[in-house]
Design a protein around this ligand. Sequence first.
Ligand code: TXA
Ligand code: MG
Length: 357
Amino acid sequence: MLDQGEEEGVTLADDGLFPSQIIEATPDSTCQVAELLQKGAVAAFPTETVYGLGGLISSPRAIERIFTLKGRPSSNPLIVHLSSLEKVEEVAILSNRSLQDRLTRLLPLTPGPLALVLPARIDRTVSAVRAGGDTVAVRVPNHPVAAALLSAVSAPLAAPSANRSNYISPTRAQHVLTEFPHAGLLILDGGACRIGVESTVLDLCGVNPRILRYGSISRTTLEEILDEVVESPIGQESSGAGQSARSPGLSRTHYAPRTPLFLKEEWVVAPDTSKRIAWVCFSSASANRVRAQEVRVLSSQGSTDEAASRLYGVLRELDELQLDAIVVDEPPREGVGEAIRDRLYRASARISNDKVL
Ligand code: TXA
Ligand code: MG
């Protein structure tokens, strides 16, 4: 059934015509998907963070299909996935000494959940990958299936998270199928993603390295390696009418479930006991104090890493229940807690922006 890709001159299956399909990632199926990708098809694959929707960075058709499937604004660039950081010069320009020095220092963090924004070799990617800009984000995923796929394709793959724009990223193959049930999409199943939140995005183009998106590689870790790291304010929007945001994925409307989501502290100001509520806790200890129709514990022992890996799956599951609200406890501060706080803040910001309360 691996024949729904694109042969030369043949149009890919359109939305609504073919069911998408989950296939277990084996050496054979990975090679078959790699062949389809080489022909300009789009396919989903697991990484250690979230599932990605991949396509060749040199194929205008593949890149256009990624944007169309996701409903992604053309102003939001894609991350380019490489099999090794040694290949970075295939897509980026490293003429600057301090850039080379920073990359050398960051080498121990690759492969891993870190995307680096660098000056682009603009002849190597379809312009849409860079949202028409002159920088490119690169990442070397640390997942055996992603690594095998990239080396079988033998070319970089652009891969945003495999969800419709603005919704929660997928951490299981089934989540991808739910997002794109009739897209004729092959979804390589590599099980649940180990980390469960998207990579840290670090811009190395400016005077100081700048964190554009929080992930499991924390600010502290980056500061230990690179001396001065600056952060983008949460909710940074485009700098002016008609201009692209520095990192459009930082928009405050990202990563949100459809059910109104409240951080616990916000919920205190708007209690309404007639509403059907789900409460999400970070440990069993805090769940004991909660009264709600649905209660979910992200980690019985209160492990932040386990909570991160389960968060998106739990939010997706609760979103199916047609509740009035999802309330989430105060997230932990340490480690990947930084990224969890960031995502939850954005998800809840959508509510205040839309004035649902
Ligand atoms: O963990 C991840 O990074 C996952 C997996 C599949 O690798 N991918 C992912 O991609 O989260 P996406 O497209 O959903 O998020 C990419 C983020 C967006 O916030 C985007 O704005 C930013 O990276 N980005 C991409 N290219 C950029 C560039 N040239 N300059 C600034 N930000 C960029
Ligand atoms: Mg995304």
